[in-house]
Design a protein around this ligand. Structure first.
Ligand SMILES: Nc1ncnc2c1ncn2[C@@H]1O[C@H](COP(=O)(O)OP(=O)(O)OP(=O)(O)O)[C@@H](O)[C@H]1O
Length: 705
């Protein structure tokens, strides 16, 4: 019997303990629910049932061996006992061991698998159920799905192998009993203890079942062996997935922030879009209005263009007419100048105005001569002293103009202004005052602050006339010099420096002279010129004389040079005005400063000599005998319009000097000077002008029209 028991040779234990393969610690670490525990390893739970089955079989064999021992006396009892015990043992063993179909022996793979996959799978965690993991399932999800789809059948309900079934069915009464003996839960069919064959077959069936089960488990073991690797792979993938998940979460957070930001932006843009739309609608309305205005304006512009063209045409016509008018005006102005100067010429190139000054309040006690003014040009002088009256007789003098003591400065300048006009037309003008000391020369030329004389009024007239000439296309430049002749020495009244100044002949014309090294100021307005005049007056030598408390003890020459330019006509006109305030003659008997008086009287005497020489038409005119005559040479005998004021005092004690002065003036008045010529040049032919030249007439004569 014993030898006939098949040995479980097909049962193979695992070559190595599964525990050493499985990373139980890792499994424990991640284990939940139905995962493996240390006490549920194959070594602990899976193998013992198998060994117990085998042990049971061995125990049964051992007992059978004992039962077969040669004790005949006890065989009957023992057999009974063995029989009962055998049956009881099996039943007891089955009940005590409670190992039906080794239900708890297999680890709950489905639950373990479900740990990596679907932990919610209830079927996978049911004890006693077995999840068969098909080979080749890689991913956890797939595993879970597969596990959930695999049939999980209780071990008791598991069908026996076909051979076992066939073996069982081949035995009488064993078909139903054996098939349900293992894990079926049904009450097993009792086998008689003495039915060894049946028991053997039963055991054989059990063996087969167990063998099949074992093989299946080995197969499962093989599958499970691959689980760590899969687990590692899965874990690494899980880590990767977690990393990816974290990254994805980070990205997601970032994206969510961006989405929030973009949402805000969209809201802002939407708001601004709304505003923009409103503005757009307003602008569209404005655009319509502007468009309509533009259309109306365009029409207006067209009309205006047409009108502009018409106006331009008219403008051109008028411009032509204006040019013609300008030309006519220019020509008319030239004719006026010619006529004016012709009249001046007819009046004589050297004219004499006689002015008798009134007695001052302080002089009311002084006796005055008898002055009879026959007409505006004739004056009769009589001495109130009978002796002198008989000696000198009636003294009647005729001049170009006689101004009685009541004549005002305005009356005087009214007669002078035409000469100033001539200067602007390019003529040389010379105005000088001659007379006894205290006779009113300085009063006539400079005047007093409340009643200015010829020179300040000349300045005002010049600048007024320049404005009018500007409308005719003339631009004027005025240059001024202030010269003093004191004791036959030249002084620059605009400078306090000691200078070596001389009267020199111009190189280009022997009749032209200039003063070297003199300060020349270009004046742009009357105020500037007045300031210069004041400076010159302050620098002039004055002293007290018998006839004048503040007598001018020098000859003062103010020269104004007028340079006019007509750009359009390319014409330049150069005129000059010499305004001379001579020092007063004085009787040596009353003089305090003899040298000074001698020089003054000498220069005045030389002036008389020059005039007489001119009267007598002598070949030699002694201009160079004194600084004064030398300086006035162009004005006395050259190209100049000259005006001489003869100033006389009304007093009886000045009778002799007054007669002397009037006789000299009368002789000057009879002097026939050559006709003055106008200084006109074309721009291209304008010579280099020496501004220091006192008289520029000679420069200009060669260009006389
Ligand atoms: N027409 C006048 N009306 C009023 N006062 C006058 C007139 N002429 C001269 N006078 C006054 O007479 C005084 C002498 O005049 P002024 O100084 O002009 O003489 P003068 O000829 O220049 O003398 P000098 O040659 O010594 O310089 C001054 O006080 C001046 O104001």
């Amino acid at each position: 019997m014993e030898s006939r028991l098949p040995k479980p040779t097909s049962i193979k234990r695992p070559m190595m303990p599964v525990k050493s393969i499985l990373p139980t610690d890792r499994i424990k670490a991640g284990g939940q629910g139905g995962a493996f525990s240390a006490n549920q390893t194959y070594c602990g739970n899976l193998l013992p049932p198998l060994s117990r089955d085998i042990n049971n079989l061995q125990e049964m064999d051992r007992r059978r061996g004992r039962a077969a021992s040669p004790e005949p006396a006890k065989i009957g009892n023992r057999a009974k006992l063995r029989r009962s015990r055998s049956a009881c043992d099996i039943n007891e063993m089955r009940q005590n061991n409670k190992r039906p179909a080794a239900q708890p022996t297999l680890p709950s793979i489905p639950s373990k698998v479900s740990r990596f996959g679907n932990t919610n799978s209830t079927a996978a965690t049911v004890p006693g159920q077995r999840v068969v993991r098909p080979a080749g399932t890689g991913t956890t999800g797939t595993t879970t799905a597969t596990a959930s789809s695999v049939t999980k059948r209780p071990m008791a309900a598991r069908p026996l192998p076909r051979s076992a079934t066939a073996a069982a069915s081949s035995r009488p009464g064993a078909a139903s009993g054996n098939s349900g003996s293992i894990g079926s839960g049904a009450a097993p069919k009792r086998i008689a203890p003495y039915d060894f064959k049946a028991r053997f077959h039963d055991l054989l069936d059990k063996h087969k079942v167990l063998k099949t089960k074992y093989e299946k488990q080995v197969e499962d073991m093989g599958e499970l062996e691959s689980l760590p690797t899969q687990l590692e792979e899965t874990q690494s993938k899980l880590i990767e997935t977690e990393t990816s998940l974290k990254n994805a979460q980070t990205d997601n957070e970032c994206l969510q922030r961006q989405v929030k930001q973009q949402t805000k932006n969209i809201e802002t843009i939407t708001t601004s879009l709304g505003r923009t739309k409103e503005q757009l609608s307003e602008l569209q309305v404005n655009h319509k209005q502007i468009k309509s205005e533009h259309e109306s304006l365009t029409a207006e512009v067209l009309c205006l263009r047409q009108r502009t063209e018409d106006l331009q045409l008219r403008n051109e016509q008028q411009a032509e007419e204006l040019e013609t008018c300008k030309e006519q005006l220019f020509q008319s102005n030239m004719e006026r100048k010619e006529l004016h100067n012709t009249v001046m010429d007819l009046r004589g190139n050297i004219r004499v105005f006689c002015r008798i000054r009134p007695p001052l309040e302080s002089e009311l006690a002084r006796l005055c001569c008898t002055w009879t003014y026959h007409d505006e040009a004739t004056v009769e002088l009589q001495s109130i002293d009978g002796q002198a009256k008989n000696k000198m007789g009636q003294q009647i003098f005729s001049f170009d103009q006689v101004f009685h003591p009541n004549s005002s400065q305005t009356d005087i300048f009214e007669m002078v202004s035409p000469l100033i006009q001539s200067a602007l037309d390019g003529y040389n003008i010379c105005i000088f005052a001659y007379g006894q000391t205290g006779s009113g020369k300085t009063y006539t030329m400079d005047g007093v602050p409340d009643d200015v004389g010829v020179i300040p009024r000349t300045v005002d007239l010049l600048f007024d006339s320049i404005k009018g000439y500007r409308n005719l296309g003339w631009e004027y430049e005025i240059k001024a010099t202030f010269l003093e002749i004191y004791n036959e020495v030249l002084y620059d009244l605009l400078s306090n420096e000691q200078k070596d100044m001389e009267i020199r002949m111009a190189k280009n014309n022997r009749n032209d002279i200039y003063v070297s090294n003199i300060t020349e100021e270009t004046v742009t307005d009357p105020h500037h010129l007045r300031k210069l005049m004041l400076t010159a007056k302050m620098n002039r030598a004055t002293a007290s004389t018998a006839g004048n408390e503040r007598s001018s003890r020098s000859h003062a020459v103010t020269k104004l040079q007028l340079i006019g330019r007509h750009a359009e006509k390319q014409e330049v006109s150069v005129g000059s005005i010499n305004l001379v305030d001579l020092a007063g003659s004085e009787s040596p008997k009353t003089s305090i400063r003899m040298t000074e008086t001698k020089n003054i009287n000498r220069s005045l005497s030389e002036l008389t000599n020059v005039i007489l020489a001119l009267l007598q038409k002598q070949d030699h005119i002694p201009y160079r005998n004194s600084k004064l005559t030398h300086l006035l040479m162009p004005s006395l005998g050259g190209n100049s319009k000259t005006l001489m004021f003869i100033n006389v005092s009304p007093f009886q004690d000045c009778f002799q000097e007054s007669v002397k002065s009037l006789r000299f003036a009368a002789s000057v008045n009879s002097c026939k000077m050559s006709k003055a010529k106008r200084n006109r040049y074309m721009n291209s032919s304008l010579p280099a002008h020496n501004s220091s030249s006192l008289g520029s007439s000679s420069i200009c004569n060669s260009f006389e029209k």
